[in-house]
Design a protein around this ligand. Structure first.
Ligand code: HEC
Ligand code: HEC
Length: 247
């Protein structure tokens, strides 16, 4: 039941947004109808959310096979600028949930703005290959072409996020420094394939940390399970307050 309510809470605002967006897109985008039709189908299919079959997942998240192409684009200012413009073809839709320039306003939907590019691209890849489970995102990412994936990644990585939270936690700071900073960085900005956590939405952080800890199957990454195994829910609350308030 809780799952159903959660699914509905995504789809309702999404459908409203989608109708507005499809109108604009139909006018402005050449060949946009195919895209929007596909998106409408995917969105409709999210009404009937059923748990996706849980496949065994690998214990590591290797970089996306497109990573070398991404780096080439990002090393070239002209190609980067072109990718950011071209990204609009898809980001108008991502915006419905992930917010303008990747600043999400929904506590359980992650910010994408300012996230590390290789990490973003890897996650897009993992959803589309069914290696990370979240049914709506799995369906949506399969629709993106290689160019769409690279363009959206370059677009979001180029944006700056506003921290999602404003209440920090001293206990969270201490825990973070002891257990997490070695990989996610002293300022929680991550690197390459390690995600930025600074400024991230608190409920998304809580959900993610709890899923790794409880091995619930949406994402499998054994080092994260090991690092979170002994955390109590109160420790996770302290960590998320600390992290979501960081710049
Ligand atoms: C209907 C709402 C919705 C739309 C539209 C949407 N997303 Fe998502 N996205 C989510 C949710 C919810 C999650 C978190 C899933 C989870 O809990 O694992 C997510 C996760 C992600 C992640 C992983 C972020 C991380 O920190 O690991 C990426 C990358 C992403 N989305 C990219 C996109 C792109 C690109 C688009 C547009 C083409 C898009 N999303 C459209 C809801 C949406
Ligand atoms: C050994 C290195 C390592 C350590 C230590 C570590 N992490 Fe991670 N963490 C990662 C990697 C790599 C990922 C991406 C894994 C994946 O693809 O699922 C990740 C993913 C995450 C995510 C998901 C982010 C997103 O955008 O979806 C959260 C939240 C997180 N870690 C929090 C923590 C916290 C809190 C701690 C300390 C208790 C911690 N991590 C310790 C390497 C680490």
């Amino acid at each position: 039941m809780r799952r159903l309510i959660l699914a509905a809470s995504y789809v309702l605002p999404t459908l409203a947004g989608l109708i507005a967006v499809v109108r604009i897109a139909a006018k402005e985008l050449l060949g946009g109808a195919g895209w929007c039709g596909a998106l409408a189908l995917i969105t409709a299919s999210a009404w009937a959310q059923t748990p996706s079959p849980q496949q065994p997942l690998p214990s590591l998240s290797p970089l996306s096979p497109l990573d070398a192409r991404l780096r080439k684009v990002m090393a070239d200012p002209k190609a980067t600028a072109a990718a950011i413009v071209a990204a609009k073809k898809v980001t108008f839709f991502c915006e419905v949930c992930h917010g303008v320039e990747g600043n999400s306003v929904k506590p359980d939907v992650p910010n994408l703005g300012g996230q590390n590019p290789s990490y973003l691209l890897t996650q897009i890849d993992m959803f589309s290959r069914g290696l990370r489970h979240y049914q709506f995102m799995e369906g949506l990412m399969k629709l993106l072409t290689e160019d769409d994936r690279i363009n959206a990644t370059v677009f979001y990585a180029s944006k700056t996020i506003k921290p999602a939270g404003n209440e920090t936690s001293e206990a969270g700071r201490v825990l973070y420094a002891a257990r997490c900073a070695a990989c996610h960085g002293a300022q929680a900005r991550g690197n390459e394939n390690t995600p930025r956590l600074a400024g991230q939405q608190s409920e998304y952080l809580r959900l993610s940390i709890t899923r790794y800890r409880d091995h619930s199957g949406e994402r499998i990454f054994e080092p994260m399970t090991a690092m979170t195994a002994s955390l109590r829910n109160t420790d996770i609350a302290a960590l998320t307050a600390y992290l979501s308030s960081l710049q």
